[in-house]
Design a protein. Structure first.
Length: 145
């Protein structure tokens, strides 16, 4: 049977061969870029949440009423213990985190900074700008009454 275009039914024009290949490759590439973008976003959000939670926990431990804040040796030991605990909570990622402590008689201030790991390709990763996290936690020292 011949159609109105003069081509027999069931035959393929030679000019149509491979026409969908370029569109398919483009679609797969766009999908992969979006997938790596979503993966990088999730890694950044999770790492930010985990580091922030560990920083809050460490600052609260250092500001505990059980620590004698008039004794510099006790304060230094509490800061070391709190930092060690935070690093253990974060696992391997804890090695990337930098802890800066400021302690006085009324408050404990902890500033943490870290570089997020990059799982995305360079083009997608550059969309996020700097993958650097910096958080400051300020906690009042517990006063035993």
């Amino acid at each position: 049977m011949i159609t109105t275009t003069g081509v027999a039914v069931g035959t393929v024009r030679s000019s149509d061969r491979g026409a969908g290949l370029i569109g398919t490759i483009g679609g797969v590439l766009v999908f992969l870029v979006l997938l790596t973008f979503a993966t990088q976003l999730l890694v950044n959000l999770y790492a930010t949440s985990a580091v922030t939670a560990a920083a809050h926990d460490a600052a609260h431990r250092a500001a505990s009423g059980a620590v004698d804040h008039d004794d510099p040796v006790a304060v230094a030991a509490a800061l070391d213990a709190a930092e060690h605990h935070a690093r253990s909570i974060l696992g391997e990622y804890g090695q990337r985190v930098d802890f800066r402590w400021e302690v006085d008689s009324d408050r404990v201030r902890l500033t943490v900074s870290a570089d997020h790991p990059s799982v995305a390709i360079g083009v997608v990763s550059s969309v996020f700008g700097s993958n650097r996290l910096e958080r400051t936690v300020d906690v009042r020292v517990e006063q035993v009454r």
